[in-house]
Design a protein around this ligand. Sequence first.
Ligand code: WQD
Length: 326
Amino acid sequence: MTWLITGGAGYIGAHVVHAMTEAGERTVVYDDLSTGLPDRVPDGVPLVVGSVLDGERVARALADHEVTGVVHLAAKKQVGESVELPLHYYRENVEGLRVLLEAVTAAGTASSFVFSSSAAVYGTPSTGAELVTEDTPCLPMSPYGETKLAGEWLVRATGRAAGLSTASLRYFNVAGAARPELADTGVYNLVPMVFEKLTANEPPRVFGDDYPTPDGTCVRDYIHVVDLAEAHVAAARALRATPGRDLTLNIGRGEGVSVRGMIDRINALTGHDLAPTVAPRRPGDPANVVASADRAATELGWKARHGVDAMITSAWAGWQRLHPGT
Ligand code: WQD
C-alpha cells in the first residue's frame, strides 16, 4: 500500500511521514512548499511539488505512485489569519479538499482517507469545564474552524458515496518535535511564542488571567507531535483493516494544562526565570478545551505517551537549532 501524504513537508505532516515510514508503510509526499520544507522529507520518500487545488497534478501523482491511501494535512492553519482572509481559507482548505477528493475518487485506486481536523471545530465547548467528546456540539468560532468542520462533512459524504474508509482526526494543541530538524518553524502558538520572549529576555505574556479556571488562565490539552503522528499510523492501519469505516476522533491526552502552568514548565526546563506579564484576553479564546481521548483509545488502541516536559524540551532543542546562541 502506498500513502500519499499531502502537506508532508510541513511540521506535522513531516512527523506523520517519518512515523509511517518507520512503521514500514510506503509514502509519497505531496506539498506545494508554501510553508513546507523539502529537507523535512526523509531520504527515499518521493516529493511531488504541487497544490491540492491542481487536480491534474494530483491525478498524475496518484497514478504515477499507485496510491492506495491518502493522509490529507495540506491546509492553512492560522486562526487569526482566517478571520482576515476567509475566502483564502475556504479556497485552500475546502476547495482544495474537494479537488483532492474528486481526483481520488476518479482514480478509484485508494480505499482509505485520513483527514487532518482540529479541536477548533468545537469553538467554545458547551460542556464548560468538562472533557470534550466527539459528540460535543461543533460551533466553530473562526473561518479556520469552519473549514475543518466543512472538511469533515465533505470527507464523510464522499467516503460513503465512493466506498472510501475515512477518519477525521481532531488535533488538540500540538507541540514538540521528534528531532530538532523537524521542529515547528512558525511562531503562532503558546510554546514558540514564549520561547521568543524568553530569548529576547522579555517576560512572556499571559492573554487574560480572569478566566473561570483554577489559576485564571486558559486551559488546553497539549499533545506531543510524535504521539499525534503515531495516531495517524494507527488510523491508517485501522482504515485498511476494515473497509467502510467512518471515524471521527479527538487526538489529545485528556489532561488540561493552564497557560501559567505551561510558562512555569518552560521557564524551569529552559533555565529561565521570567515571570509572565498579564496582557488582555485574546478575542475568541475559550477558557477550557480538553479532550476526552477515550474514543481514539477504543477505536485505534492509541494513547499519547509523552507529557508536556517532553514537548517543551524537544521543542526547545528545535528552537535553539533555528536560533543559534540562545
Ligand atoms: C494557547 C493558549 C492563548 C500565546 C489554536 C487553534 C487550534 C490549533 C492550535 C491549528 C491560549 C494563550 C498564547 C502567548 C498566551 N490550531 N497564549 N500567551 O488558541 O488554543 O489553539 O492553535 O491547527 O485549532 O485554535 O492555541 O497556542 O495559540 O494558545 O497566553 O504568548 O495560550 O491565549 O489560551 P489555541 P495557542
